[in-house]
Design a protein around this ligand. Structure first.
Ligand SMILES: *Cc1c(COP(=O)(O)O)cnc(C)c1O
Length: 401
């Protein structure tokens, strides 16, 4: 099983009933991540990845140090997007050879740290190339570089587009040949390409199409590369279902496309390997956010469960993390899963703003103060993607169980 089982009386996390876990943690609210679910999900991904395709974990999805340390031996590498994420990956024991560093605004100091660490830089501008050449020279150490391409096509179906059209990420495919020629400069060790079309894609056919078209682009650009291609990172963006209408991602077309793409890649560039980088898909379904009901209020015709957790710790569940329309995350009363007494209630947080909503008029078990609200699908883009300082409530705890 690679996601929470809701068939028991209480939600179980890491084999512990939620109310006991809350006692063990010693406070609410908190995020809990289930190791067994993460391991099972990674194993399931491995099952469909063709041999020779490297699996990377994108730390941005969940940078909790214990979780990063747990995931590290289960994957082939890590993708980082800041110097602090780089340190996390290195602290977790990741081999610099398998670390990729992407991001549209890398500081000079970060670039130097990355060169000193020996990781692969996903170059996203001409400025970065110059700074990297300087860093390589002054450190006396080659800078490993790949070119991040903003493709000349856009695909529908991703929740968040990060490629195609005008984007701050990577360099436009049209500008790539000039940058590739500049990569022949001293101190730069060209290794390959990075294409990341977007995040939270639930359509396997669309991901498959994106993989095929990205490879076409990479093989075309490889003609201008200063050295043979060694690594091609074609992103990921595999999504997880959050809302009732979401259909679970079908991995069959993705696996088929990966096998074809890998075959074509090694035909054209025999020394190259393919990388898939996943964040949300590996950890998103293995996490739950837990808040305690502080108060139960009736206002006119509506019931409000006021909890000690809210948007400051779980921005995405409040609908304010890039969503166009607010929809309810899967929310349950975690210690009353099978209760027959149900009602329509809203779950709100303690903040003095109408944005602080965790569930808007949902069908829930009838709950009282002391009960535990559990927001599922919370293992990715939770604590680290939330404005925890907003309204100065206590910081959130995270546990790996
Ligand atoms: C955010 C990001 C990821 C991770 O995306 P998920 O949707 O969490 O899998 C991977 N690669 C890059 C370049 C990213 O910016």
């Amino acid at each position: 099983m690679d996601r929470f089982d809701l068939s028991g009386a209480e939600l179980q996390v890491g084999g512990l009933a939620l109310s006991l876990l809350a006692e063990r943690v010693g406070q609410t609210p908190f995020y809990a991540y289930d190791r067994a679910l993460i391991a099972a999900r990674i194993a399931a991904v491995r099952q469909v990845l063709p041999a020779g395709v490297h699996l990377h974990y994108a730390i941005k999805a969940n940078p909790m140090p214990a979780l990063v340390g747990f995931v590290r031996p289960l994957v082939d590498g890590m993708d980082v997007a800041s110097a602090a994420e780089l340190r996390l990956a290195l602290d977790a024991g990741a081999d610099p050879q398998g670390i990729g560093f992407a991001g549209p605004g890398k500081r000079e100091a970060e670039l130097r740290q990355a060169v000193a660490s020996g990781v692969l830089l996903h170059v996203e501008s001409a400025r970065e190339l110059h700074l990297l050449a300087d860093a390589a020279q002054s450190l006396g150490r080659g800078a490993r570089v790949a070119l991040r391409i903003n493709p000349d096509f856009e695909l529908r179906g991703a929740g968040m587009h990060m490629g195609g059209g005008a984007k701050p990420f990577g360099v436009d495919a049209e500008q790539a040949p000039a940058l590739l020629r500049a990569m022949g400069r001293q101190g730069l060790v060209f290794e390959g390409f990075h294409v990341y079309p977007g995040s939270q894609n639930l359509r396997g056919e669309v991901i498959a199409e994106s993989l095929r078209r990205s490879l076409d682009l990479v093989l075309r650009l490889a003609q201008d590369a200063p050295a043979p291609v060694r690594s091609v990172n074609l992103g990921g963006g595999w999504g997880i279902p959050y809302f009732p209408a979401d259909r679970r991602l079908d991995l069959a077309p993705v696996a088929e496309a990966l096998a074809q793409v890998r075959e074509r890649l090694v035909q054209a560039q025999p020394g190259a390997h393919l990388v898939v980088e996943l964040g949300r898909y590996l950890v998103g379904e293995a996490g739950v956010y837990v808040a305690r009901v502080l108060d139960r209020k009736q206002s006119r015709d509506q019931v409000f469960l006021v909890t000690d957790g809210g948007m400051h710790q779980h921005l995405a569940a409040s609908g304010n993390f890039g969503q166009v329309i607010r929809r309810n995350y899967p929310v349950v009363i975690g210690n009353r899963l099978q209760s027959a007494e149900r009602e329509t209630a809203s779950v709100v947080g303690p903040l003095c703003t109408p944005l602080d909503v965790l569930a808007d008029r949902m069908d829930l078990a009838v709950a009282e103060p002391g009960d535990l609200v559990a927001v599922l699908q919370s293992g990715a883009y939770g604590a680290s993607a939330s404005p925890q300082g907003f309204l100065s409530h206590p910081a959130c705890l995270e546990v790996l169980v």
